[in-house]
Design a protein around this ligand. Structure first.
Ligand code: AMP
Length: 395
């Protein structure tokens, strides 16, 4: 019987499924959006037909409907060989992917206070697949786990130490699955081994983070206790003076309004007043919309500052890597960012950048650049599928 691995990725209001064969080929994928609302919708990616969902469908219902649709269309076997789940927060409990059992489920529940929007929906996905495939090994892969190698100097905030001891306040970091993939993929493209390769990985999607990777291990990263810290993002502010929080409250905003503003109304959307979508922003800027041009400017300047900051953790740099929807596709963002980094010796080839590195295995640096610069498409689903295969093999 051929092996298949189902990858389940539950976002706060979305669900993505991907099915891989034993040769790491994606053989099917499906998704659902706007879950828990009257507009909940779902589709199988290889065809245009909408899959009907009950009104207000939740993650569990969407998963059941999509799995049975994939089976009916013979795109999926009755039972996959293993199931891999993306879980956002593993706290300090999970330093690597694990086989799911009752203890793991309780520990993921315990981490939910740190990721209230994400861990409960991941648990709903786990429960739904355990019901559907009770005898199939299920594996949890954490977004935070890769960053558990940070040293205290990188993960501790300069706060009273009891906040860490009593309330687990520290930097956890996110996008670890993508940064881990970059560490391996960059090493492969540079003809090196991951364990001796040091890179700076910039994951720039709707959420953005940057990680310093030394000899294959994460040593510093820009996201913190939550994914709000660090770079400018689609709707998140990234770094701000923490006093802005109490100042805004003194101006009449409630705690939850400030929280909402910083997470959902800031970043590219907040500065431009128009959109969180980089493609649209670039179009608007090209048509003379100054706030959009400024949003791109601030995004790139913050990113460049962070590239410099990440170098403090490394004693060699084998590549700066761009990934995520923006990192992979926006030559403008890459060019603008690197224009701030000439002093550090980064140089970019305009033509190779325009072609997103498609000419030469992702390379976009020019011949004078001190460091290779790479564009690498991320593949978080593949990492999850690989981990599921690795851990299921021991069951
Ligand atoms: P992700 O969260 O990784 O899907 O990335 C979403 C972001 O990537 C959005 O801001 C998109 O506008 C951006 N993006 C996707 N394609 C392009 C493109 N061709 N040029 C600029 N930005 C893009």
């Amino acid at each position: 019987m051929t092996k298949s691995i189902l990858v389940v990725n539950c976002g706060s209001s979305s669900l993505k499924l991907a099915l891989f064969d034993e040769n790491e080929k994606k053989i099917a994928s499906a998704s659902a959006e706007r879950l828990n609302s009257n507009d909940a919708s779902a589709r199988i990616d290889s065809d245009e037909r909408i899959v009907a969902l009950p009104k207000g469908a939740d993650h569990k219902q969407a998963l059941q409907v999509l799995v049975s649709t994939l089976r009916e269309r013979q795109m999926m076997p009755d039972t996959p060989t293993s199931v891999g789940h993306r879980v956002v927060h593993g706290g300090e409990t999970f330093r690597e992917a694990v086989l799911i059992n009752n203890d793991v489920i309780s520990a993921i529940k315990d981490c939910a206070s740190l990721a209230p929007l994400h861990n409960p929906v991941a648990l709903a996905g786990i429960e739904a697949t355990l019901e559907q495939f009770p005898d199939t090994p299920q594996i949890a892969v954490f977004d935070t786990a890769y960053h558990q190698t940070l040293a205290p100097r990188a993960y501790l905030y300069a706060l009273p130490e009891s906040y860490y001891r009593d309330w687990s306040v520290r930097r956890y970091g996110f996008h670890g699955i993508s940064h881990f993939f970059m560490a391996n993929e960059a090493a492969k493209r540079l003809d090196r081994t991951p364990a001796t390769t040091s890179i700076i990985s910039a994951h720039l999607g709707n959420g953005c983070s940057i990680t310093a990777i030394k000899d294959g291990l994460s040593v510093d990263t820009s996201m913190g206790l939550t994914p709000l810290e660090g770079l400018v993002m689609g709707t998140r502010s990234g770094d701000i003076d923490p006093s802005i929080f109490s100042y805004l409250c003194s101006r009449g905003m409630s705690l939850s309004e400030v929280h909402r503003a910083l997470n959902h109304e800031s970043g590219l959307l907040g500065i431009s007043g128009q959109t969180n979508d980089m493609r649209t922003l670039c179009d608007l800027a090209d048509h003379g919309h100054e706030p959009s041009a400024l949003a791109i400017e601030i995004f790139c300047f913050r990113l460049a500052k962070y590239v410099g900051a990440m170098m403090a953790s490394l004693n060699q740099l084998d590549a700066l890597v761009f990934t995520g929807g923006i990192g992979e596709n926006s030559s403008r963002v890459r060019e603008k960012t690197l224009s701030h980094l000439g002093l550090l010796g980064f140089g970019i080839d305009a033509d190779m950048n325009e072609h997103h590195g498609g000419y030469s295995d992702g390379r976009i640096d020019d011949t004078a650049s001190r460091f290779p610069v790479l564009v690498i498409p991320t593949n978080e689903e593949l990492v999850i599928a690989r981990e599921a295969t690795r851990l299921a093999a021991n069951v």
